[in-house]
Design a protein around this ligand. Structure first.
Ligand code: AMP
Length: 138
């Protein structure tokens, strides 16, 4: 996985504006921020997607995400933040190394305004929930 840009950042082969680092996790500024302080949190080992990452590493990521997000919000004097994890091309993932975006938000900043939600027709939610539960058992 030597070609992966985030593996190279984790290995110190290319520079990044580091925020936090421990044995398993690294947080650094996104080079193409959506807002000032936009931060990425990654596992140092390469996993492409969330569902491929083992639970102990996810636990370390969650701990790092939480304290980094709090620090980002305070430092940027933000009113809130989004945590975003794109998985797969269809979901907008460009770098295929698991990462979480922390995006500081200001009231009325107008980011992510369109969240096209809809209602399930009668019976469909129960059917979909059952389909997903079956996959959890596998
Ligand atoms: P995604 O669409 O979730 O895969 O987002 C990948 C993110 O990685 C984008 O927001 C990029 O701006 C960011 N990115 C790509 N290369 C670098 C880099 N060398 N250092 C910091 N951020 C990067």
């Amino acid at each position: 996985m030597d070609e992966c840009v985030f593996c190279r950042i984790a290995a110190g082969k290319i520079p990044s504006a580091k925020i936090f680092e421990n044995e398993e996790v690294l947080a650094f500024l996104d080079i193409g921020p959506v807002s000032d302080g936009h931060t990425l949190v990654i596992p140092k080992r390469h996993y492409s997607r969330l569902d491929e990452c083992p639970a102990p590493t996810l636990s370390s990521l969650a701990a790092a995400l939480s304290c980094t997000a709090g620090a980002v919000q305070k430092a940027m004097k933000a009113d809130g933040y989004n945590v975003l994890c794109n998985n797969g091309r269809a979901a907008g993932q460009i770098v295929e190394h698991l990462h979480f975006h922390i995006i500081p938000r200001k009231t009325g900043d107008g980011l992510f305004r369109n969240w096209p939600s809809y209602s399930y027709p009668e019976g469909k939610a129960a059917q979909i929930a059952e389909q997903i539960r079956r996959m959890l058992e596998k």
